[in-house]
Design a protein. Structure first.
Length: 275
């Protein structure tokens, strides 16, 4: 016997979801004779205890549920039940990864549906608005490693506007699509360098501005996370280079404005001046 749950990218957990078309298995409290619905058969040695109302032989109403296997408490639930299924306000705990994961909120057909929160056994925390066990709309994730996300979700994945911080301190504020940085955003790297501009599928892509630790900055086109295309590079020594760039540096014919006011035309190839 087990509660069904799915974990994805540390952000998604769906407990005890039993679709109407799925085969249902009944675990029976040997004392009261009341039944609870699970999505897999009861294993030998597993025991169930339900303290609460029983309607038509099924746990229904406000009560407390526990299930034990081999002398270990595998899970517990306190709250509303309907026809043997978790339904309504409640708190669910179950054993995994050497600890207990806790879900608190409104449940529907065994899954969080409405405002709720999840505290994972590994120390991660998640809260917000759930639909069918997944965050949808505004929500928050706090990782045990110091990472975080605050913003909108779609089917348990960051989607829309949000703010994220990675464990190494890298911070991003802007658009997300299917979990990737996408659209306009601001990124501060862990080493202190900064990028503002367009993102696509997780990469700086399109028009953007990049500032190095030394104070040099580039404004122009990016492709798949790298400088690529037409732009302007301004150095801290006052030199300004205008033209086409690649990851290696200027490419082709560029115009160089020097700090002393002189202007020269140069030809670059593979990161070196050739003429």
């Amino acid at each position: 016997m087990k509660l069904r749950y799915f974990v994805g990218a540390g952000l998604l957990l769906l407990p005890s979801v039993i679709p109407a078309s799925a085969e249902k298995f009944f675990a029976v409290d040997p004392i009261s004779g009341c039944k609870v619905v699970f999505d897999s058969p009861v294993n030998e040695g597993e025991l169930l205890r339900w303290v609460g109302p029983c309607k038509d032989g099924l746990a229904s109403g406000q009560g407390a549920l526990q299930w034990v296997e081999g002398g270990v408490l595998m899970g517990s639930y306190e709250g509303q039940m309907a026809q043997g299924i978790i339904e309504g306000e409640g708190a669910l705990h179950f054993f995994e990864d050497g600890g207990y994961t806790r879900l608190i909120g409104t449940f529907k057909d065994g899954a969080l549906d409405g405002e709720g929160s999840i505290a994972y056994a590994n120390g991660d925390l998640m809260s917000g608005s759930f639909v069918d066990g997944k965050l949808n709309g505004h929500g928050q994730f706090l990782g045990e490693d110091g990472s975080s996300y605050l913003g909108t979700f779609k089917s348990g994945i960051p989607h829309g506007f949000g703010e994220s911080v990675l464990a190494d301190g890298e911070a991003y504020s802007g658009g997300f699509e299917d979990g990737d940085r996408h659209g306009d955003g601001y990124l501060e790297l862990a080493n202190g360098e900064f990028y503002a501009g367009e993102f696509r599928n997780g990469f700086a892509h399109g028009q953007g501005f990049f500032l190095t630790l030394e104070g040099d900055h580039y404004a122009g086109e990016f492709e798949l996370g790298a400088i690529s295309g037409v732009g302007t590079l301004t150095s801290t020594n006052g030199t300004v280079v205008q033209g086409k760039f690649t990851k290696a540096g200027p490419e082709g014919t560029v115009i160089v404005h020097r700090a002393d006011g002189t202007v020269v035309v140069q030809i670059w190839k593979d990161g070196e001046v050739v003429e």
